[in-house]
Design a protein around this ligand. Structure first.
Ligand code: C5P
Length: 360
């Protein structure tokens, strides 16, 4: 009797394990399916060698040439009716948060981080303290001066800030996005094959090592460094390709114009957290940092591709609508989308940005 009972228990237990395994497998397959672009990139990064078009020689603009034409990505036609979002006076709410004096780019001039910024920045991934050594190495490879042109009173720099939301699917925003002076994109979002909806122009792309994808020729790669290791990766990816892993596999080599690579200033990241996000998140999303970055290099900002799916998840325009399975995105996202979305809504209500909402 006891033997019969225990064999029944064993069978039940096996059944239970099978069901659990099935559920885990289903979730894993869905996560894999939804992240297949990221995984594809990780896969090619892991197994690919040095690209032959590695940026050296004729294909790269020399630094001198770059500095001679600092306004090359700005249309010279100026707009008299420019709504300069950074100008104080129209929104007390915005003015109490916005800090125009923070440089969006980390360079020799602002190399020294304040005590608070340094403490916070190093704590993100809990890394050692030798910042100046790694900066010495990286500034031998990328511009050590702040190369972004300052705003000019007589001109209007109009920017499209493009997030990765599924609301861009069938939006037909492509031409509108491309009509901006500067088009800022983020992470591994593709444009090829999606031109009708997202355009093809790109002047800046913000990404961190794991989310890097090729940047359009002539565009700036703005590296978002979540600590010293990320900068070590940049040095490695521009030289000997020693680093293949940060917290996940990364590109060994990157095919970028070194004179156009910029480091996002950790002070801007800290300010994004302190002045805008507060305790709501440990650090702001790359999309939100891209928006703040734009506030420092643009006069007018139009926002595309921001907004969660109806199931409350940060889905992507290059992936088919996952319907109720969207919840998987929430499982893998460290960010509170609703909080950032409310911030965007407020910025729009205050007349600081215009949101193009796409198709839902
Ligand atoms: O998913 P990923 O982090 O690459 O998206 C980049 C940015 O686009 C996010 O950080 C977020 O700010 C924005 N996004 C969004 N709504 C989505 C997907 C992304 O607002 N559905």
């Amino acid at each position: 009797m006891a033997g019969c009972k225990s064999s029944m228990m064993r069978r039940l237990w096996r059944k239970y394990l099978q069901i659990v395994a099935l559920i885990v497998l289903t979730i894993l397959s869905l996560v894999t399916y939804m992240n297949r672009r990221k995984l594809e990139i990780i896969y090619t990064n892991t197994f690919r060698g040095r690209p032959n078009s590695y940026c050296e020689g004729e294909n790269c603009h020399s630094l001198a040439r770059y500095f001679q034409s600092p306004n090359s990505d700005v249309d010279k036609s100026c707009n008299k009716t420019c709504k300069r979002l950074w100008q104080p006076g129209s929104s007390a709410w915005f003015d109490s948060r916005f800090n125009n004096s923070i440089s969006p780019v980390w360079s020799r001039r602002n190399e020294e981080l304040s005590k608070d910024v340094k403490k916070w920045w190093l704590s993100i991934r809990n890394q050692g303290e030798n910042i100046s050594d790694v900066l010495d190495k990286v500034f031998k490879l990328i511009p050590e001066k702040q190369p972004l042109n300052h705003r000019q009173d007589e001109c209007c720099i109009r920017c499209a800030v493009v997030g990765n939301s599924g609301n861009l699917r069938n939006s037909k925003y492509g031409k509108l996005i491309d009509s901006h002076h500067r088009v800022i994109r983020v992470n591994y979002a593709p444009t090829e094959g999606y031109e009708d909806d997202v355009g093809s122009k790109e002047t800046h792309r913000l990404a961190y090592p794991v989310s890097f994808t090729n940047v359009k020729k002539g565009a700036h790669f703005v590296m978002v460094p979540f600590g010293i290791n990320d900068i070590n990766w940049l040095v490695s990816a521009l030289t000997d390709g020693k680093i293949t892993w940060t917290y996940a596999p990364v590109y060994r080599y990157i095919d970028v114009d070194k004179s156009k690579v910029l480091l996002l200033n950790p002070a801007l990241m800290y300010y994004a957290k302190q002045n805008w996000i507060g305790d709501k998140e440990n650090w702001p999303s790359t999309g939100f940092m891209m928006l703040l970055f734009s506030f420092h290099i643009c006069d007018e900002v139009n926002v595309f591709g921001f907004g969660a799916s109806s199931y409350g998840a940060w889905d992507h325009y290059w992936e088919p609508d996952a319907g109720p399975w969207n919840f998987i995105y929430q499982l893998v996202s460290p960010h509170k989308h609703s909080f950032e979305e409310n911030l965007l809504e407020r910025l729009s209500e205050e007349g600081k940005i215009k949101i193009y909402r796409g198709v839902r």
